[in-house]
Write a protein that binds this ligand. Sequence first.
Ligand code: ADP
Length: 399
Amino acid sequence: MSNTEQPQTNGHPQANMEKLKRNMDAIGKKILVLSGKGGVGKSTVAVNIAAELARKGFQVGLLDVDLHGPSIPRMVGQVGQKCFGTEDEILPLKINDNLKVMSVAFLIGDDTQATIWRGPMKYAVIQKMLADTAWGELDYLVIDAPPGTGDEPLSIAQLTGVNAGAVLVTTPQQVAVEDVHRCVTFCQQVMLPVWGIVENMSSLYCPQCDKEIKIFGSHAGGQKLAEATGLDLLGQLPIDPEIADGADAGQTIAECSVSAHTHQHMDRIISNLMPKIQTQTKPKGSTMKIAIPTADGQLCMHFGHCEQFAFVTVDEENKTVTNVEMLTPPPHEPGVLPKWVADNGGNMVIAGGMGQRAQQLFNQNQVGVVVGAAPDSPENLAIAYMNDALQTGQNACDH
Ligand code: ADP
């Protein structure tokens, strides 16, 4: 295709907005990966978040709408691929049973072409991809957005609708941090919750002595930004040449031979992100029941072996606890507790620790899960949760 022509979107550049809303509403959560500028590792973070969620057994879509530098096809080993579809749907490419990918590059079919699309055409392409990609059932859609805070990320943030949030990627230096600070303001303006910050290229582990070297001095930009904005630092990724080599060869961090440090950092990012993206979004003013496993009146760290569950009914609008009911759970067997909590009206579980499989089963029963909470009374935990002040640490079951 010539670089100024319309993209081949089956002759329908203008997507149907109702269809777009239906397509977006059918997705559990949309995770927009944003950065203040290019080259900081936004696509790397997007691919690896998507791949890790898929490895956990979730159904995941990865949408590359970085119109000027779509790098996802290379990172998932699909360079030069074209996608197919019908008049009004585009079929994403299947990477494995749990992960599908759609990239603007698959519409063009030639990665070497520069795309010079004017504003309205860019908007139409973004709309089309959001409206017409036939994902099937998805727990998560990870979106690799164009860098910066211009019209394109704005369109994406506006079109993804509810149940969406952002992960911001920065490098440690002050200049990069200033750019991503603008992203924070941008998200506030479009009322997109920010689920946290990832600081990429934070340091380098010496291949000889394993000592951690802070290449950019003591900037710790991601940490400072998190402190200045009150946002969470989800984690840091070191510079690891294997990340770049792996990406060029279509391999994710889990698949290539990065250092053990890199694996640990990536795991930390995902375990800090999980509680944010599992939270069920409830309409304002509604009541909700939070189930908390207890022993001696306090949160019990191992939810499968607790004496009783406190079902705390809360009024989210007034941030008050309206009722606490203590119920004895059935004997612990895989799959029993998620159904029992759901049958008793629980929308959310706050736990100290919980294995991945159990978290998935709760999610399948439409119950959100927050892990890593510390022992406290059920009322205090519920109030902290409503005020976004619940402190969470390590999942006590992440052995
Ligand atoms: P962006 O999407 O912000 O433009 P990319 O994710 O495409 O950035 O990353 C730019 C380049 O840097 C890619 O070649 C990628 O493989 C490499 N890269 C990103 N993060 C790291 C890292 N932590 N260590 C080594 N290379 C990295």
